[in-house]
Design a protein around this ligand. Structure first.
Ligand code: DC
Length: 227
C-alpha cells in the first residue's frame, strides 16, 4: 500500500446526494489509474458504528469518542472488490441503506465529527493521484486540490435515479418519499454550520440532469486534459 504523499495530484468531486458523484468518481479514478476516496462511506460507517454500539447520534462528544475507538479501513475483499471494514468486519453491504444515509447526514453536522474524520480523509492523498468524492472535498478537506468539480442534478432527477436503484435491489420504495428525503438531506447538508455543501471556488459546475454517465466522465477527464 502506498504512503501519504502531499505532492500527489487531487481531483475533488463534490455534490449532493444522488448526483452521481460516486459512479462518476469511481470511473474517472479507474480511467486515470488514481486512488479513490468515498468520504460519504466514512460518515456512513461511523453511523453504523453508532447504531451497533447504541451511541446517541445527537451527542457530539460521544460520537467524537466513538471515532477514537473504532477502526475504519478501506481494503479489498476476497472477491477483489474494495470494501469498507469497521473493526475488521466488512460493512459495505450495509452502507447504502436509507436509514444509514439519514444517520450519516445527521452526525455529519457536528464539527467534532468532521474534525475527527479529517486526517483520515487527508491520508488518502497518494501517488499517482486521488479522486476525492464528497460534500466538502474541494472546500475544506483538500482546498488546494489541482482540479475541482461540483456535480449536481435536479432533486426530481436524483430522486428518480435513487428510486430506480432501490427497486432494482428489490427494496420497497415510494418515489415521492424518496424525493422528499433527498430534499431534506440537501437542506441539512447545505444549511449546517460545519463545512456546508457548497460549490468550491474554482470548481467546474456540472448539471447532470440530462447527461449520461459517459458524457459526464468525459467532461471531467477533459478538465484534466485541458488544464
Ligand atoms: O455521499 P453520501 O450520500 O454517501 O454521504 C452520506 C452523508 O454523509 C451525507 O448526507 C452527508 C455526509 N457527508 C458529509 O457531510 N461530507 C462528506 N464529505 C461526505 C458525506
Amino acid at each position: 500500500m502506498s504512503e501519504l504523499d502531499t505532492t500527489a495530484p487531487i481531483l475533488t468531486i463534490d455534490g449532493p446526494s444522488g448526483s452521481g458523484k460516486g459512479s462518476i468518481s469511481k470511473r474517472v479514478a479507474e480511467k486515470l489509474g488514481w486512488c479513490y476516496l468515498d468520504s460519504g462511506a466514512l460518515y456512513r460507517a461511523l453511523g453504523i458504528a453508532a447504531i451497533h454500539r447504541q451511541v446517541d447520534i445527537t451527542d457530539e462528544n460521544a460520537l467524537a469518542v466513538l471515532i477514537e475507538r473504532i477502526n475504519l479501513e478501506f481494503k479489498r475483499n476476497t472477491a477483489g472488490d474494495w470494501g469498507v471494514y469497521l473493526d475488521g468486519e466488512e460493512v459495505q453491504g450495509q452502507l447504502q441503506t436509507e436509514d444509514v444515509g439519514r444517520v450519516a447526514s445527521k452526525i455529519a453536522i457536528f464539527p467534532l465529527v468532521r474534525r475527527g474524520l479529517l486526517a483520515k480523509q487527508q491520508g488518502f492523498q497518494k501517488q499517482p493521484g486521488l479522486v476525492a468524492d464528497g460534500r466538502d472535498m474541494g472546500s475544506v478537506v483538500f482546498p488546494n486540490a489541482n482540479y475541482k468539480v461540483y456535480l449536481t442534478a435536479s432533486a426530481e432527477e436524483r430522486g428518480k435515479r435513487r428510486y430506480k436503484q432501490l427497486i432494482e435491489k428489490e427494496i420497497n420504495a415510494n418515489l415521492r418519499n424518496v424525493i422528499e428525503d433527498i430534499e431534506q438531506r440537501d437542506e441539512r447538508d447545505k444549511s449546517r454550520l460545519a463545512s456546508p455543501l457548497m460549490v468550491p471556488e474554482g470548481a467546474l459546475y456540472i448539471d447532470s440532469s440530462s447527461s449520461s454517465i459517459k458524457e459526464v466522465v468525459q467532461e471531467v477527464l477533459d478538465l484534466l486534459n485541458n488544464a
